[in-house]
Write a protein that binds this ligand. Structure first.
Ligand code: SF4
Ligand code: SF4
Length: 370
């Protein structure tokens, strides 16, 4: 459908004002959100090839009428129309780029080349929910995604994803799983707990225009901001409750009982102690030769500069605090009731950690599960 030929000598650099102009045009023709990412083998479907990894990802609204229409021929027609509309918009944008001298290839939203939900997530436009659909702040899961691979080598590629809390919300929700009449969304055990898997061959989303999982999703029903506010509120309450499980008086006592264990550690050492299924952690550090114990949110782990992390469950934390001797600590470690993770590069783990770990019967080494 493209009306503009691919340029024989394409341009490779675009300035900020051109990107802005492109985005303004995209919004003016009905594109909801635009993101940029670099294609990799996880995003590209097996055996497919594209010339440029520089990828523009586009989302477009699916008409609300699809949601209101029961699965069947009419719903399928509406869904097909949404795909056609998205294809037309994508081609128009591709032509816009070609006219300006940039080469393009199109990944039409009907699919076949890339994993669109993952692509949208990689571009930071939203996050994949348990339904397997991309959820964005603007449209929730009611959208189509397409992409343009372009010769622009300096695209403002996204590095972060501020929507990565969505899977945590999905764990509490599961509404799409319950709403699916075809049992296409199934719970599956994995190394990291239970996960929801979409069984493509059971899903009638494309063949019958089924949208029950979209309709049931709180992001569709209430909107992104509402769900985020609810999620933050639930988390704040949970943290408050969980903080009560960390008795700071007992931890101060534990530290004073074990002070000799920490004597070889230099000023500036920091380690964290966390409880599984608890959003808080204990931070132990030495500042001006004073040992300190503080309670922090697990979200702050990255900023806490902790070199080591100890993780145990509630039962073993209770055991440790009831018998706050170094022997008990070492015993729980050797029986693997406490896991230890080196958060820093072992080669840089100075600060007296080697002696500290040896006192506990440990040495630096081992592997991480990732
Ligand atoms: S589109 Fe329909 S069949 Fe497919 S996962 Fe959603 S609810 Fe199930
Ligand atoms: S319905 Fe619930 S579990 Fe499913 S994608 Fe939406 S928020 Fe996640």
């Amino acid at each position: 459908m493209s009306r503009v030929e691919r340029p024989s000598k394409p341009k490779f650099i675009a300035d900020e004002s051109f990107i802005k102009e492109f985005e303004n045009y995209a919004h003016s023709i009905g594109i909801s959100s635009i993101g940029y990412t670099l294609l990799n083998s996880d995003l590209l479907l097996k055996d497919k090839f594209v010339q440029y990894p520089f990828t523009i990802v586009l989302t477009m609204e699916m008409d609300n009428a699809i949601i209101k229409t029961a699965p069947g021929d009419d719903a399928k027609d509406l869904n097909d129309t949404a795909y056609v509309k998205a294809s037309i918009l994508t081609t128009k944008l591709s032509d816009f780029l070609r006219k300006e001298g940039y080469d393009t290839e199109i990944a039409q939203p009907m699919g076949g080349v890339v994993n669109f939900s993952l692509l949208g997530q990689s571009a930071g436009l939203g996050h994949i929910g348990d339904s397997g659909l991309l959820i964005t702040p603007e449209l929730g899961p009611r959208l189509k995604v397409s992409a343009i691979f372009v010769s622009i080598a300096n695209l403002p590629v996204n590095e972060e994803n501020e929507h990565d809390w969505i899977p945590e919300y999905c764990e509490m929700c599961n509404k799409c799983v319950k709403a699916c009449p075809e049992k296409a969304l199934i719970e599956k055990e994995s190394c990291c707990g239970n996960e929801i898997e979409l069984i493509q061959k059971k899903c009638v989303g494309c063949s019958l225009g089924c949208t029950y999982c979209i309709e049931a999703c709180p992001f569709e029903e209430k909107g992104y901001s509402h769900v985020k506010a609810k999620f933050d509120k639930i988390n704040a309450k949970l943290r408050e409750k969980q903080a009560k499980n960390f008795d700071m008086g007992l931890w101060n006592h534990w530290l004073s009982e074990n002070s000799k264990l920490f004597t070889d550690l230099d000023d500036g050492f920091t380690m964290a102690i966390a409880m599984t299924d608890n959003e808080n952690m204990i931070i132990l550090n030495k500042v001006d030769n004073e040992l300190n114990v503080n309670l922090k949110s697990i979200d702050e782990l990255e900023n806490s500069n902790a070199d080591l992390l100890f993780v145990m469950d509630e039962k073993h934390m209770d055991e440790l605090l009831k018998d706050p001797t170094t022997t008990k600590f070492a015993e729980l470690l050797s029986s693997k009731k406490i896991d230890v993770y080196g958060l820093s590069d072992p080669m840089k783990l100075g600060k007296g950690y080697v002696t500290f770990l040896n006192k506990l019967g440990l040495s630096i080494g081992g592997e991480c599960c990732g």
